[in-house]
Write a protein that binds this ligand. Structure first.
Ligand code: FES
Ligand SMILES: [Fe+2]
Length: 420
């Protein structure tokens, strides 16, 4: 991000802090509860947004070298993605050409060959069929025509993209445009994979997404956790096509007040969350990044799975190595008093804090909302003026599916005042 933009964002955060105001969408919206519970909408979104649209499957360093691979099973097509001999991303349907068994079962690793566990047909990282055991018994087969089925894929700006449909084309117009340049400049393409975890809970994937869409809850729901580290009710927000940039002020931002603007660096006082429509939340800090991919169940609108991957900047990895495995910066912990102290915390602990906050605080609220929506007793949710990311996401969502947009909350038509 250009320095001038960083300064502009920091100034806006200071303005909101000093004036005790939050970002303002200018209106409130009513979002129908049905979008979280309807099987018809669940089917439609699955086809439109997950089966027929490019999907982010990771960051570049998820495939650090030739022979690295990852598998993904979250959007209906089993995917095997590899880094080929030329250093390029390749993606295949993770199904053997013989009888469809999964050729790679683990979530990630490094291999020169993929041998199917069923009858041991063997493929290269480029998807070519190399070996058929007992080929004489099996019968004649021209191996050139029986490799793994390739999926369209592209690596761009530090992100790995796959088109789930082998017959489809990867529509680059759906990838982030100018935002991609900003993502690349943020260093995500160099960040080093550290680990991953999953959250499988009974809430619609959009409710999971919604918990990332406002800071209104920080000082309340996260009072003892995230709220110790970041200011709530303060947000620098910008829409970029169907995506957005969401910048929250860390309490460290106060240190910048004493420094000249030319020395301001956004990540010294803020956390940047990039949202890539429809289901990616990517947090970027001075330490690294967390990639959250949020998936519907595909059938049940009341269930979703979030895959969370953790990355550190290469210089942080080096510093960790020389410190014997303890982190040099505790800015991801909730112990505010420790931020400028000895700052010792293992990356595993940081990852667990991030995961458990989402699971036990954010998504726990979403589970309640899901239950209320499914009970049929609430017709809609209200998105406040201080929640513009929710306005934007749900407007883009309804437009993508050809559904009516969320209504603006005007006079209380259809609503009964309490006591009336
Ligand atoms: S299904 Fe893979 S070798 Fe038979
Ligand atoms: Fe939250």
């Amino acid at each position: 991000m250009m320095h001038i933009k960083q300064v502009e964002i920091i100034r806006e955060l200071f303005r909101q802090l000093d004036e005790n105001v939050n970002v303002d969408a200018g209106e409130q919206l009513l979002n129908p509860a049905e979008v979280y519970t309807s099987s018809r909408i669940a089917e439609q979104e699955w086809q439109t947004l997950f089966r027929n649209q490019p999907q982010v499957i990771g960051l570049s360093r998820d495939l650090p070298e030739t022979g690295s691979y990852i598998t993904v099973d979250d959007f209906g097509v089993p995917v095997l993605a590899t880094r080929d001999a030329g250093g390029n991303l390749r993606a295949f349907v993770n199904a053997c050409s013989h009888r469809g068994a999964r050729v790679a079962g683990e979530r990630r690793g490094r291999r020169d060959r993929f041998t199917c566990p069923f009858h041991a047909w063997t493929y290269s990282g480029e998807g070519e069929l190399l070996r058929v055991p007992r080929a004489g018994d099996f019968g004649e087969l021209d191996k050139r025509y029986h490799g793994l089925r390739e999926l369209p894929s592209v690596e761009r700006d530090g992100l790995l993209w796959v088109q789930p449909d082998p017959h489809g084309k990867l529509d680059v117009a759906l990838l982030p445009g100018s935002l991609g340049t900003e993502l690349a400049a943020s260093g995500i393409g160099e960040m080093v994979y550290q680990g991953e975890s999953s959250i499988d809970m009974p809430l619609n994937w959009k409710l999971a997404n919604d918990t990332f869409g406002e800071t209104y809850h920080f000082s309340r729901l996260h009072h003892d956790t995230l709220g110790q580290l970041f200011y709530g009710d303060v947000l620098a927000y910008e829409e970029l096509g169907r995506n957005h940039r969401f910048v929250i002020a860390s309490r460290d931002i106060e240190d910048l007040r004493e420094r000249p603007e030319k020395e301001w660096r956004l990540l010294d006082g803020a956390l940047v969350v990039y949202f890539l429509f429809p289901n990616i939340q990517l947090t970027v800090s001075r330490l690294g990044a967390n990639l959250v991919r949020i998936y519907p169940d595909g059938v049940n609108p009341g269930r979703s799975v979030s895959r969370i991957s953790f990355y550190l900047r290469p210089e942080v990895v080096d510093a960790l190595a020389s410190a014997g495995g303890a982190a040099v910066d505790a800015s991801n912990t909730y112990d505010h008093s420790a931020r400028h102290g000895t700052d010792v915390i293992a990356p595993e602990a940081t990852m667990e804090i991030f995961r458990s906050t989402i699971e036990q605080e954010d998504y726990a609220m979403g589970v309640d909302t899901q239950r209320a929506a499914e009970s049929g007793l609430i017709d809609h949710l209200i998105f406040g003026r201080n929640e513009p990311a929710l306005h934007h996401f749900h407007r883009c969502f309804s437009a993508a599916l050809g559904l009516p947009p969320p209504q603006v909350l005007a006079a209380p038509a259809g609503l009964r005042a309490v006591g009336s």
